[in-house]
Design a protein around this ligand. Structure first.
Ligand SMILES: Nc1ncnc2c1ncn2[C@@H]1O[C@H](COP(=O)(O)OP(=O)(O)O)[C@@H](O)[C@H]1O
Ligand SMILES: Nc1ccn([C@H]2C[C@H](O)[C@@H](COP(=O)(O)OP(=O)(O)O)O2)c(=O)n1
Length: 234
């Protein structure tokens, strides 16, 4: 019997885009299907924001946020089937999705000292992912992992994104969707206009408009792009 051993190079996939375009759902499913690790960088910014709020730091004061930025210990579990997020050992997966954190996360994540700390953490997690990783966020293709093997920029119309997010958080009716839409637009504007590594499409990213695609279709599309980009086996 002949046994052939092939070196399988680790693939690094960067998935960026605004809120509600499907980054988390797509990244998790792609990573699970391809046996890669998964990192939700938004959860890290949410976790550090939760810690600031929990410790009474004035999140509207960039100097106060910067002074505290080095203290919290944010740890991400990268199994796409069961991702985890803790701060100083506390499981914050649920509270980081609440309205207080969502309302403060853009201000906290705009502070350069926060971005430096979290970016360094993200790069070390990616470097340790020997089987490869899908990393999703806002600045992965532009700043965190500019040498990623594949960069995807997900988009969707504001209307579709607001409807998706409203469904997710249980906000019903036209008024609920309108409120969600205004929240999303405000956060996208803040994330796109900050001075340090704003939400932006990398020049070499492939844009995928998910407005009229099912989640399965988006996942198939990204998996195909990953397979196409894999370096030849040596
Ligand atoms: N292509 C899609 N079609 C319909 N719903 C989707 C699609 N992609 C994601 N969703 C849903 O939209 C919501 C937001 O998706 P999520 O992956 O959290 O987006 P993001 O990480 O970009 O904010 C979730 O409820 C998710 O199930
Ligand atoms: N790479 C990243 C990821 C998220 N952020 C910031 C900006 C976002 O508004 C918040 C929250 O990101 P998250 O991906 O959880 O947001 P949504 O799931 O789209 O609501 O974190 C960032 O600045 N850089």
């Amino acid at each position: 019997m002949r046994i052939s051993v092939s070196a399988k190079p680790a693939v690094v996939v960067a998935i960026d885009g605004p809120s509600g375009t499907g980054k988390s759902s797509t990244s998790k499913a792609v990573a699970a299907r391809l046996g890669l690790a998964y990192l939700d960088t938004g959860a890290q910014y949410r976790a550090i924001t939760w810690w600031m709020l929990h410790h009474g730091v004035d999140v509207a004061d960039p100097a106060a946020v910067a002074a505290a930025a080095a203290t919290p210990d944010v740890v991400s579990g990268t199994d796409p089937q069961a991702p985890t997020i803790t701060v100083d050992g506390t499981d914050v997966a649920a509270p980081i999705r609440g309205p207080e954190v969502t309302g403060a996360v853009s201000a906290v994540s705009a502070v350069p000292a926060v971005r430096e700390r979290i970016t360094e953490l993200q790069r070390s997690i990616a470097a340790e992912a020997t089987a490869g990783i899908v990393v999703e966020g806002r600045d992965i293709g532009t700043t965190v992992l500019p040498d990623a093997d594949l960069k995807i920029f997900l988009t969707a119309s504001e209307e579709v994104r607001a409807a998706r997010r409203s469904g997710e958080i249980g906000r019903r009716g036209a008024e609920g969707v309108a409120t969600t839409r205004a929240d999303l637009a405000r956060r996208d504007a803040a994330d796109s206009s900050r001075a340090v590594s704003p939400l932006a499409q990398a020049g070499d990213a492939t844009e995928v408009d998910t407005s009229h695609l099912t989640l399965d279709q988006v996942v198939d599309c990204v998996v195909t792009l990953v397979e196409d980009r894999k370096r030849p086996v040596s």
